[in-house]
Design a binder for this molecule. Structure first.
Ligand SMILES: Cc1cc2nc3c(=O)[nH]c(=O)nc-3n(C[C@H](O)[C@H](O)[C@H](O)COP(=O)(O)OP(=O)(O)OC[C@H]3O[C@@H](n4cnc5c(N)ncnc54)[C@H](O)[C@@H]3O)c2cc1C
Length: 336
């Protein structure tokens, strides 16, 4: 079959604990733009058990169609089972583009689907566009710790699959009056597709660190001085309702758990505000924070590299500045 026969843009609808995840709306926003540029329909593929109600929301956020695979065996994400269902539908219906969130689930699923379909995958994209002349998806992603921006295309295989970093694309305003079509996918699973059984789900405390979706992050590095001195940052984070981030050096030193690590080998974040305290600004750290709307850095060294990427630079001792800031916020709160 020729690649010209592939038509349409698909997004994977991801949900957790009964709620669609924000990244799904972001993908729909970008997917709408891509589909309009190509003059094709935008579809979401939704897998789960008892999740049909979510279809309406997907349509409100821009989908023309929802392919719904509703089956008790799809209640919990399982790599093999989900990859099989998704790959089969993609193969049968032949969208030209399939975009997936670069979340834990998406990063696990998308490569498997790409491998089953013998097509390319561009991971961790921060930009997607259409080359109208060649009808190609132009995929942009940072490479080499953010020092290089790579533009990648998949000219010879379909679909063109990309994972997209959360919080990079913008969701559309939902329109509850929007109309769309919900198409039920018949799910037939054999024993060989169900090799993994989910016996129980235990929520670890670390699940509560949600840096990728955080709007405010207070992050600390070696400049904090000692593990117990992180308390000043925790106090400020609590006052702001912010998540706590960290550089790799303090994670490696055992001052804080790795779930807080930001950077090339940690989380990629894109908050409205990233407050970097006692972080030097190594390229590997900066690679994870470039998507932040505003970066404020507090560092005692006026030459620190972090000031090259910070929108606001505060030169001084974080142990004086941070508690003073927390106190100001407390006062402001107590005065309403
Ligand atoms: C392959 C690879 C992957 C990596 N991945 C990551 C990653 O994902 N994330 C990451 O963060 N790093 C990563 N690193 C490590 C990175 O290169 C740096 O070593 C690390 O980011 C430095 O951490 P830091 O800024 O906390 O410490 P430092 O570089 O030691 O900086 C501490 C800063 O605190 C300032 N300071 C000291 N005292 C005070 C004070 N009282 N008040 C204010 N400021 C003060 C100092 O001026 C200094 O700028 C990686 C490295 C490699 C090789």
């Amino acid at each position: 079959m020729s690649i010209q026969e592939y038509r349409g843009v698909w997004v994977l609808a991801e949900h957790r604990e009964g709620e669609l995840r924000r990244v799904t709306f972001e993908l729909l926003g970008k997917g709408r733009e891509l589909a309009d540029a190509l003059g094709v329909a935008l579809a979401a593929i939704l897998l789960g058990s008892g999740v049909g109600e979510m279809s309406r929301k997907l349509i409100a956020y821009g989908a023309d169609k929802v392919f719904l695979a509703d089956h008790p065996e799809l209640e919990h994400y399982r790599t093999d089972t989900y990859a099989r269902v998704v790959a089969k539908e993609v193969l049968d219906r032949k969208p030209e583009i399939f975009i997936v969130g670069a979340t834990y689930l998406g990063r696990d699923l998308a490569p498997r689907v790409a491998q089953r379909l013998n097509t390319g995958l561009t991971a961790d994209c921060t930009g997607l566009d259409i080359d109208r002349e060649q009808r190609l998806l132009v995929q942009t992603r940072p490479a080499f710790g953010g020092n290089l921006i790579a533009t990648i295309v998949t000219p010879e295989h379909r679909p063109q699959i990309a994972t997209v970093r959360p919080r990079v694309m913008k969701p559309l305003a939902p329109d509850p009056a929007r109309e769309g079509e919900v198409i039920a996918i018949p799910v037939r699973l054999e024993d060989k597709d169900l090799r993994v059984r989910v016996l129980a789900r235990v929520k670890e405390a670390r699940d509560s660190v949600n840096l990728e979706e955080a709007e405010l992050i207070v992050a600390g590095g070696s400049g904090v001085g000692a593990p117990e001195r992180f308390k000043v940052l925790e106090d400020l984070a609590r006052e702001l309702g912010a998540e706590l981030g960290a550089s790799r050096d303090v994670v490696d030193a055992g001052w804080i758990s790795s779930t807080h690590q930001v950077g090339q080998t940690g989380k990629t974040v894109s908050p409205k505000l990233y407050l970097a305290c006692g972080i030097s600004g190594a390229v590997q750290h900066v690679a994870g924070i470039r998507g932040s709307e505003v970066i404020v850095a507090i560092n005692s060294n006026p030459e620190a590299a972090i000031f090259q990427v910070a929108h606001y630079a505060v030169v001084g001792d974080l142990h004086q500045i941070v508690p003073a800031l927390t106190e100001k916020l407390r006062q402001a709160r107590s005065h309403g």
